[in-house]
Ligand binder design. Structure first.
Ligand code: AVJ
Length: 322
């Protein structure tokens, strides 16, 4: 029987508290906004999986191309014995890394960290049953708060894939990268997937697909608020908007009120109104350049050692060392 351990640093009650705080702060602001982490209930996670298979959404395929090509090199350069994965997700790309580390006789331990207990338990148990000689130590936690819960064992690599780093604001990114640096010992590694700046003619359709899946994904956050907080958003009265913010070099997703509306959030005692055409920001997805990433890593005490992109130069995987 493989060894499987789960540590809880984040409960349903913590999640409920932080949802309330986020909604109170975001819906009181001008313009209104919500953090993208609340997209991912069961339906939102399924919609995101569907997004990763859309013809317009290149990041998942581009990152997989890099990992397929470079996984052995990543294992050779890092010599990592423990792979820590932040936001463990579907773990299909994780397997490329686990396999490479395993082939080279390095892999001792896998540490998936995710806010969702159910997603984590599923990922952890399927890896534990497939890699029977590997210890699986799952951590239920928030990657912006619980990196200190990563077990203190030698030769670790933290993988943060998918481009999720882009969801953080520059200041949040600086704090996050610092906390990665602080969780690691000198010589240990960060493997970072980051989407790159490119033609808005490619970027915008990736966030506004012709099948309308991203539109459903975007509106899903309102379903989450209706269910979790007793809100009464008329979800279909909000139109999906994706636009490229040239100055900030980021994609933004918004929900635009088709007409004037009032909304009550019963559990927060909150009444709000939307003017016709008013927009609520639901996600920012920053896009990067090699030098900017190197600078941000350096500012956090991390040195960029390798930098790869897919053949089309759309998406990057960076390997940095403390
Ligand atoms: C999972 C945060 C990387 O920003 O591309 C996909 C989420 N949003 N389509 C991204 C997302 C709209 C995705 N990340």
């Amino acid at each position: 029987m493989p060894q499987l351990v789960l540590d809880l640093h984040h409960t349903e009650a913590d999640a409920a508290r932080s949802l309330r705080a986020d909604v109170l702060a975001g819906l009181a602001a001008t313009p209104k906004w919500l953090p993208p982490k609340w997209f991912y209930d069961a339906r939102g996670s399924a919609l995101f999986e569907e997004i990763t298979r859309l013809p317009e959404y290149y990041p998942t395929r581009a990152e997989r191309e890099v990992l397929e090509r470079e996984a052995d090199e990543i294992a050779r350069v890092t010599g990592a014995e423990t792979l820590v994965e932040l936001g463990s997700g579907s773990s299909e790309k994780t397997r490329l890394l686990l396999d490479a580390l395993h082939r080279q006789g390095l892999l001792k331990r896998f540490v998936p960290l995710d806010v969702s207990t159910s997603a984590l338990a599923m990922a952890a148990s399927s890896i534990a049953s497939e890699y029977t000689d590997v210890e699986v130590h799952g951590v239920v936690g928030d990657f912006t708060a619980h990196l200190d819960a990563i077990p203190a064992v030698p030769n670790r690599m933290i993988a943060f894939l998918g481009g999720t780093i882009g969801n953080l604001e520059p200041q949040e990114r600086a704090v996050f990268l610092r906390s990665v640096r602080e969780a690691l010992e000198p010589g240990e590694w960060l493997l970072l997937g980051a989407d790159l700046v490119k033609d808005p003619g490619v970027l915008v359709p990736a966030y506004d697909d012709s099948a309308g899946v991203t539109a459903e994904f975007n509106r899903n956050v309102l379903h989450v608020l209706n269910r979790e907080l007793g809100a009464d958003f008329e979800v279909e009265q909000f139109e999906h908007v994706a636009r490229w913010n040239e100055g900030a070099e980021r994609i933004e997703m918004w929900l635009r009120a088709r007409r004037a509306m009032s909304v009550t959030v019963v559990e927060l005692g909150l009444h709000l109104s939307f003017a016709e055409g008013e927009e609520l920001r639901t996600e920012t997805s920053a896009k990067f350049r090699r030098q900017g990433l190197a600078d941000e890593l350096h500012a956090a005490g991390l040195a960029l050692r390798r930098f790869w992109t897919d053949d089309a130069g759309r998406f990057s995987v960076a390997l940095a060392q403390v």
